[in-house]
Design a protein around this ligand. Structure first.
Ligand code: IPD
Length: 264
């Protein structure tokens, strides 16, 4: 069996290649090919091309592994599963906002062992392997700790459906007066890496799927953060919460009574 470091090396190589392809191929204004959960939840040809490239590269080396990708869904079975977001932050990609990422995580027996988030327009490649820490450009990352809720800079994001957004706005109206400020970057993977690097203190969002948080969430935990859902659950599309221990609990206790997993 390959080690976590071996998986990370392979995942990083593939995420860098997909990122380079996306940078080279991105037209000035990418065309929307299809929409998903709402007219503003878009897919471009390059989301698909990136996922196809990533799947092909994985299969060359690991033909029997399972893959879960945002565009291609779940394929294969096996102890090893690759969780792939070919472009996280597709709306940023569409508009040319330099905050979109290729995100790849590798799970063995359901546990993430390696993660890479390539924030392509910024040339920042965040990596982590189980027990090996989180890294950016040769520097080991530590998330901020000891930050009280009222001093915390909190990243969040919003879904694509109007009903869900109305609830998210209601929740945000309770959170905003209680924290330092809010950031909405447009890529969950990038938000979680920002947390790992101490650029924000906490993150919460209703809606992100496995492919959005698998690699970034793992990188944040390897940088010392706690990652989870509400009421002791693991993080899940209902709610993803991440912060250093202490702030995690404060943020949890602020959010839980607001019932943020509602959609209308
Ligand atoms: C989205 C981004 C965004 C978050 C949404 C996600 P996509 O992923 O991560 O920041 O707020 O919940 O769906 O659609 O750009 O891959």
């Amino acid at each position: 069996m390959m080690t976590a470091e071996d998986f990370l090396e392979l995942a990083e190589r593939i995420a860098r290649e997909a990122g380079a392809m996306l940078l080279a191929e991105r037209p000035a204004r990418p065309e929307v090919l299809a929409t998903k959960s709402s007219p503003t939840d878009v897919v471009t040809a390059l989301d698909r091309a990136s996922e196809e490239l990533i799947r092909a590269r994985i299969k060359e080396v690991r033909p029997d592994d399972a893959i879960l990708g945002e565009e291609g869904g779940a394929t294969g079975e096996g102890r090893v599963r690759w969780v792939v977001d070919p472009i996280d932050g597709t709306v940023n990609f569409l508009y040319g906002v330099p905050e979109w990422a290729v995100s790849i995580a590798v799970e063995v027996d359901g546990e993430v062992v390696a993660g890479v988030v390539n924030i392509v327009p910024r040339g920042e490649v965040f990596t982590a392997s189980r027990g090996g820490g989180a890294w950016l450009a040769g520097e080991r990352l530590r998330c901020n700790s000891g930050v009280p809720l009222e001093q915390a800079l909190i990243a969040t994001g919003f879904g694509y459906e109007p009903g869900r957004r109305a609830v998210q706005a209601e929740v945000l109206a309770h959170v905003l007066p209680r924290v330092r400020d809010i950031r909405r970057g447009g890529s969950a993977a990038s938000d979680l890496c920002a947390l790992a690097a101490g650029r924000v203190d906490g993150y919460y969002e209703r809606g992100p799927q496995d492919w959005d948080y698998a690699a970034g969430g793992f990188i944040a935990t390897e940088a010392g953060a706690r990652l989870g859902g509400l009421h002791g659950k693991p993080c899940n599309p209902g709610l993803t919460l991440c912060a250093a221990p202490g702030l995690f609990e404060e943020l949890h206790d602020l959010l839980a009574p607001l019932d943020p997993e509602r959609d209308a």
